[in-house]
Ligand binder design. Sequence first.
Ligand SMILES: Nc1ncnc2c1ncn2[C@@H]1O[C@H](COP(=O)(O)OP(=O)(O)OP(=O)(O)O)[C@@H](O)[C@H]1O
Ligand SMILES: O=C(O)C1=C[C@@H](O)[C@@H](O)[C@H](O)C1
Ligand SMILES: [Mg+2]
Length: 211
Amino acid sequence: MTSHHTDLSKASSAGNKPAELVDPQQLREIQEGYLDRQRPIVIIGPMAAGKSYVGTHLARFYGYEFIDSDYLIVERYGPVTDIFEVHGEEYFRKLEAEVISEVLNSPHHRNTVLSLGGGAPMTAEVAEMLKNETVVYIKVDVDTVKPRIVGNSKRPLLQPNPIEKWSQIFESRRERYEQLAKYTLDARGHRNITEMTSQIQQFVVDSRKAN
Ligand SMILES: Nc1ncnc2c1ncn2[C@@H]1O[C@H](COP(=O)(O)OP(=O)(O)OP(=O)(O)O)[C@@H](O)[C@H]1O
Ligand SMILES: O=C(O)C1=C[C@@H](O)[C@@H](O)[C@H](O)C1
Ligand SMILES: [Mg+2]
């Protein structure tokens, strides 16, 4: 009776190398093509729209890594409110553009959900970076965000009249959000998280298939 081991040693002595079943160059091209399709899913939208909330759950439900540009900044440089207070908004926008560029250009963040701060897409450099990315826009209205922003002092740009400021800022950014969006998620009215994330996932799967 011939054992499995004997078969393998025969194959080896006959000069067969199983590893060469696929040409290494071809294998590299397949892997690179695959990785290329796994660009991060970038979430944009106005303050308190739920970018971090939706992003975290999308990642948890479907097995993506989750990164939030605001969290990255806080981790490295301290609270957003302190940065605004000590160095001003322009400085904050520089740090923001830097961390976003780092994530988008890193080969380590291929299968990632990246939620951005509300104002990030207004920086020209960031808008340029997002042009060809899988950008999901979380669309809300002032009635939806009202309970989330009133009495919350963590967003320096919304002080001292959060509702008025939110509406003003949203109007000045709306067009940019719409231009960059590859998919718009209607999140008005505190929608159910499972439903919202499954709609985004469906879009991601379809767009990855199409590319
Ligand atoms: N669909 C929803 N249903 C219920 N609560 C929600 C929903 N979306 C967001 N929230 C809550 O609203 C608050 C603001 O959400 P989140 O921090 O995710 O907003 P954001 O878009 O990331 O804001 P920012 O621009 O400040 O980063 C959080 O407390 C979150 O849990
Ligand atoms: O919309 C904005 O300009 C901001 C939103 C937050 O996520 C933070 O990035 C910061 O408070 C600024
Ligand atoms: Mg956020």
